[in-house]
Design a protein around this ligand. Structure first.
Ligand code: NAD
Ligand code: DAU
Length: 331
């Protein structure tokens, strides 16, 4: 199949593009090359690259020609950045999704919308979100993703667009821009810099290896029902403090690098997914967190050539100062 992978220069999108190319599919990538996009992520992967914006109908037309399906990874994805300013989140995650859906409507192609467990908001202890639960997003990022999901479902029902949604949990692995918990803490630890843990560090996330996430998305692309929504949970719920301690152990960094800092406003305490619907299609996570995290740490240890230019760039430094400068000075 000829498949358009939007956001294919980012973290999960690039792993997915590699997976499709290995399976023999023809891969077309449309990516705006924001700070999170990196052409090096597709080194060695056969693909046709279009630099452009999913919110531009002309860019989408140009890239999507001849494609039988679109898998939409393109998004602004970092919760903390959405708290500093959400305009780009609404532009890409809401309006961009609308433009892709309008293309799918006129071209009659299938869409898989890659969404997130954050659309359900905080999940009380002992409960897990199912696909029919109400959407209660907490951050502007989560609200933008929920807006995209609702547009998908409206296009399915009203215009008969063939689209499905995946809602994945916190994903980790190689090639993740070093701003989210795991890649930030691993690269900070390798550089001997503080690990800024928000609040008490007892918030839990359900960790999913990027290869398991991509396997799930591919299954939904090939076998998901039109209008189907599929949760993709890693089945590995851990408090952030545990994750930070494992990173210190794996990197050999001293424990006093750990700093409790001012919490993230609106911070969701817990996410938890019921993935029974996807498991009924035959999916289950293959990677354990122990093994996946150790491999990820080794990847960052070996690939300073990949992340050092990102962390020393003006974009990362300005963001890190704004996000952590005052927090760490207070701590
Ligand atoms: P990422 O931030 O690493 O990459 C996003 C990519 O999208 C970048 O290459 C960027 O250049 C591109 N992009 C941004 N705006 C664009 C636009 N307007 N037009 C075209 N390209 C644009 O993201 P990721 O972590 O790989 O996440 C991919 C998708 O998976 C997102 O939709 C995200 O919401 C979802 N998701 C992520 C996680 C996670 O833990 N990372 C978990 C669940 C779901
Ligand atoms: O749940 C899926 C979502 O996971 C995706 O949709 C998002 O794109 C992705 O960014 C991620 O969102 P989170 O906010 O859960 O991920 P993040 O890595 O930013 O934070 C994970 C947890 O770690 C969260 O409880 C906040 C905490 N944290 C994070 C950072 C960056 C810290 O304590 N300190 C930090 O510096």
């Amino acid at each position: 199949m000829r498949i358009l992978v939007t956001g294919g220069l980012g973290f999960i999108g690039s792993h997915f593009a590699r997976r499709l190319a290995t399976a023999g599919d023809e891969v077309v990538v449309l990516d705006k090359l924001t700070y999170a996009g990196n052409p090096a992520n597709l080194d060695g992967v056969s693909h046709e690259l279009h630099i452009g914006d999913i919110a531009s109908p002309a860019d989408v037309e140009r890239a999507a020609g001849g494609c039988e399906a679109i898998v939409n990874f393109a998004a602004e994805t970092h919760v903390d950045r959405s708290l500093l300013g959400a305009a780009e989140f609404i532009h890409t995650d809401v309006h961009g999704t609308y433009v892709l859906l309008e293309h799918a409507r006129s071209a009659g192609v299938r869409v898989v919308q890659v969404s997130t467990d954050e659309v359900y908001g905080d999940v009380p202890p002992g409960e897990s979100s199912t696909e029919s639960d109400p959407l209660r997003p907490s951050s502007p990022y989560a609200a933008s993703k929920a807006g995209g999901d609702l547009l998908v479902l409206a296009h399915v029902r009203t215009f008969g667009v063939d689209a499905a949604i995946t809602r994945g949990s916190n994903t980790y692995g190689p090639n993740q821009y070093p701003e989210k918990l795991i890649p930030l803490f691993v690269t900070n630890a390798l550089d001997g810099e503080p690990l800024p843990l928000y609040g008490d560090g007892r918030q839990t996330r359900d960790w999913l290896h990027v290869s398991d996430h991509c396997a799930a998305i591919e299954l939904v692309l090939r076998r998901g029902e039109p209008g189907g929504v599929y949760n993709v949970g890693g089945g590995c719920e851990l408090p952030n403090l545990d994750v930070a301690e494992r990173i210190l152990e794996l990197t050999g960094a001293p424990r006093d690098l750990l700093r409790h800092v001012e919490d993230r406003p609106g911070h969701d305490r817990r996410y938890s997914l019921d993935s029974a619907r996807l498991r009924a299609l035959g999916w289950q996570p293959e990677r354990t967190f122990e093994d996946g995290l150790a491999e990820t740490v080794e990847w960052y240890r070996a690939r300073r050539d990949w992340w050092e230019p990102l962390r020393s760039g003006e974009h990362f430094r300005a963001y890190a100062e704004r996000q952590y400068g005052r927090r760490l000075a207070q701590g």
